[in-house]
Design a protein around this ligand. Structure first.
Ligand SMILES: Nc1ncnc2c1ncn2[C@@H]1O[C@H](COP(=O)(O)OP(=O)(O)O)[C@@H](O)[C@H]1O
Ligand SMILES: [Mg+2]
Length: 431
């Protein structure tokens, strides 16, 4: 936000003067040219593309950031207040957010963009909340009570793309046994969310561009154009600017889609949100799984607060659901997916191998306590299993424990109940 403000106050006048100058140069080149060859045309096109780029950037800032700055002195406002202000303006956001300035920027831009019909492009790594943001934009706009239609552009086979987006007439191609509405038609008066737009192949991009320009579609096999009024929100985890420089994404489509451009930061750049998300998903998982919200051991919490989350919020959400499902009252490192679970420190492995007596001193008091508690837990389970002859259900009943939790603990310690079964073959030993 600060960057934008600086641009507005400082260099925006200069930028406008610069722009005008470039336009004049372009105009005079055209005015005095009696005949233009292809290379000159290409050059002029490149110049006008660059100009368009600058105008887009400038107008984006003018329209949205200036408006935000005028309403509230955002740059001077502490982050906590910005967050509070968004909530107080009854901005609907199905989720939680912290004080990360980049995310607050994104939310404020989304808030401004929502009531308009302008196309929005949301980018960010996978799992950063792009789809959620698209729904938020829809929910805060005037089309909120109209359809919201989501299309995953990466998941449609090339030969079905046109029919999927624009529909088809009966008999238009083999297998088209009925007339069918496309996604654009379904989104009429509402919002169409074009997810993974970077995956759209070039022919699809051309067709999409045509619709964006004409606001008309044609079902495959029909020559009657139909007017559609769908607000476009697109998302991508790719850098479309780079793709268009490389020639795999049409530049003109990029500009059409990105009138408003919102970038969602990865979770590792907004770590202050992690504890909020624990609480948010902890409650959500508890409700779904009909249990009490999960608690975490300090070492698990510590691990999760510092983990890098390559899968971003989606990964964090999955972890919370997983531990809420697997753990009893309190989750620990053992409940984490194996591929991210930290290895126990070498000192602890040595302790375990050599037994408590004579072992090296644990690295910290909490390590020592944890090792002792693990050891007590293991001894308890082994003694119990011995008493009930390896019948897990019986042990669970006697200790008043949840059976699946007990199974989980056995797994954690690598204890096999069948090793404790009585040799008497007539004895039933269900697990
Ligand atoms: N700020 C947030 N608060 C709560 N949940 C969130 C937030 N952002 C994303 N999520 C959740 O994280 C998951 C991934 O988000 P999604 O929008 O599908 O990401 P993307 O489309 O970027 O891959 C979804 O379950 C979504 O509801
Ligand atoms: Mg997504």
């Amino acid at each position: 936000m600060k960057i934008f403000n600086r641009t507005l106050q400082g260099s925006s006048a200069i930028s406008y003067a610069g722009l005008l100058e470039k336009i004049e140069i372009l105009r005079s080149t055209l005015r005095w040219a009696s005949k233009l060859e292809r290379p000159e045309i290409e050059k002029l096109l490149r110049q006008s593309n660059a100009l368009r780029d600058e105008v887009m950037q400038l107008s984006h800032k003018e329209r949205f950031v200036k408006a935000a700055a005028a309403e509230s002195p955002v740059a001077d406002q502490p982050a906590g207040e910005r967050r509070q202000a968004l909530r107080e303006r009854s901005f609907i956001f199905e989720g939680t957010f912290g004080d990360n300035p980049q995310l607050l920027d994104a939310l404020e831009v989304a808030e401004k963009a929502a009531p308009t019909d302008l196309p929005v492009l949301i980018d960010g790594e996978s799992g950063t909340g792009k789809e959620l943001m698209a729904k938020v934009i829809h929910a805060n706009g005037s089309r909120a009570d109209k359809p919201y239609i989501s299309v995953n552009c990466g998941a449609i086979p090339d030969n079905l793309l046109e029919s999927e987006l624009f529909g088809h007439k009966k008999g238009a191609f083999t297998g088209a046994s009925n007339d069918r509405k496309g996604k654009f038609e379904s989104a009429h008066r509402g919002t169409i969310f074009l997810d993974e737009i970077g995956e759209l192949p070039l022919p699809g991009q051309v067709k999409l561009l045509r619709v964006l320009e004409s606001h008309e579609i044609q079902r495959v096999g029909s020559d009657e154009p139909m007017v559609v009024d769908a607000r476009i929100v697109a998302a991508t985890n790719k850098d479309l600017r780079r793709l268009s420089a490389e020639g795999t994404f049409r530049e003109d489509l990029f500009y059409r889609l990105s009138v408003i451009h919102v970038t969602l930061p990865p979770l590792r750049d907004r770590k202050d949100e992690i504890p909020l998300l624990f609480a948010y998903f902890g409650d959500e998982a508890a409700e779904t799984l009909k249990r009490r919200p999960i608690k975490m051991t300090p070492r698990l919490r510590d691990f999760l607060l510092n983990y890098a989350y390559p899968g971003n919020i989606r990964e964090l959400r999955n972890i919370i659901y997983r531990i809420s499902c697997l753990a009893g009252d309190t989750a620990d490192l053992a409940h984490l997916p194996e591929d991210i679970r930290p290895k126990p420190p070498a000192s602890m492995l040595r302790n375990a191998a050599s037994g408590a007596a004579g072992a090296s001193i644990p690295a910290s008091l909490s390590d020592a306590k944890r090792a002792a508690s693990d050891e007590a837990e293991r001894a308890f389970l082994e003694r119990g299993l011995k008493e009930v002859g390896g019948t897990v259900a019986e042990l669970a009943r006697r200790c008043d424990m949840n059976r699946s939790h007990l199974q989980m603990l056995l797994k954690k310690h690598g204890i096999h109940s069948k090793d404790f079964r009585h040799p008497n073959p007539s004895k039933e030993s269900t697990v």
